[in-house]
Design a protein around this ligand. Sequence first.
Ligand code: NAI
Length: 325
Amino acid sequence: MVNVAVLGAAGGIGQPLSLLVKLSKDVSSLRLYDIVRCPGVAADISHINTNSQVQAFEGNAQLKDCLTGADIVVIPAGVPRKPGMTRDDLFGVNAGIVRDLVQAIAENCPKAFVCIISNPVNSTVPIAAEVLKKNGVYDPRRLFGVSTLDLVRASRFVRDLRPSFDAGTEIPVIGGHSGNTIVPIISSVQNAVHFSEEEIKTLTHRIQFGGDEVVQAKNGEGSATLSMAYAGYTFVNSIIRAMNGTPTTVCSYIDVSVDQSGFEHYKNLCADQVEYFSVPVSIGPNGVEKILPLENLTEFEKDLIKTASSAIAQNIASGVNFARK
Ligand code: NAI
């Protein structure tokens, strides 16, 4: 049984994500934190008849109590995109939010698994790492950037083109979590779907910029929240399974120093040096265990990795510089 804290729980992602976590039989305590609207959301969710106990924490003064004893902390706090914005445009606001929340994690639950949803993930994860390092509590095996929505979209968008494809089939997506840093490995299902080169190009672009479809359709009301809540819940469930001793694999944006030799396979394909990258990993009770290889990448995918790595290197530098200031 685990204790899960959601920071930013009253938001567009936070509410449905908290609802889904409430359904989990493996959660004993669900702590919902936000700077506004939290008691109402928590009271509502708390009436659902599963065994976990729901508590509301609102405002900075209650953050310590929210985090004390938390095993998993999920962070969807911060502002989302509006039409015409890139994820990097959110840096100015969200970098500070993530820095301050992770400082509180370092002080109150330094051993928790930390799952960062707040964008730009390519930069907010390095910020989190720097804060944990500054506090002397950094364990790179326990820090995750949640890029699961890219995998969810990849499988669903393939199904849109090939109705016989099972949308539940996992397609690895590596690199980062924004635009052309998102690298879907469609070759992993090519034997089943037989896409032409043109189809692969179009599909890759749709997966990379799928978030824009939602931003445009919501027309100023934010970005993906419901599909993200589903993706976040899937990710949290994988972490819970791993914590409970079931070997589990996920794709996540992590500090690749956890398994230097495992990352060698990808490093050789990168144009720039990257300390963080989304890769398939096996996770166990203590977090990331191994970076797993992806075999038989196509030349097209290798080129995508090259392009992605240059942008990610810059995103990492922005995050690190901000946190060290
Ligand atoms: P939202 O604006 O609906 O909700 C954000 C919540 O964070 C609000 O309730 C707000 O009060 C709260 N918040 C703000 N500052 C806070 C602080 N210091 N402490 C605690 N809570 C705070 O936004 P939405 O749509 O839920 O998106 C949240 C974040 O998730 C955005 O940064 C967005 O870009 C990102 N996102 C990430 C995705 C991913 O795949 N990783 C996908 C979609 C969105």
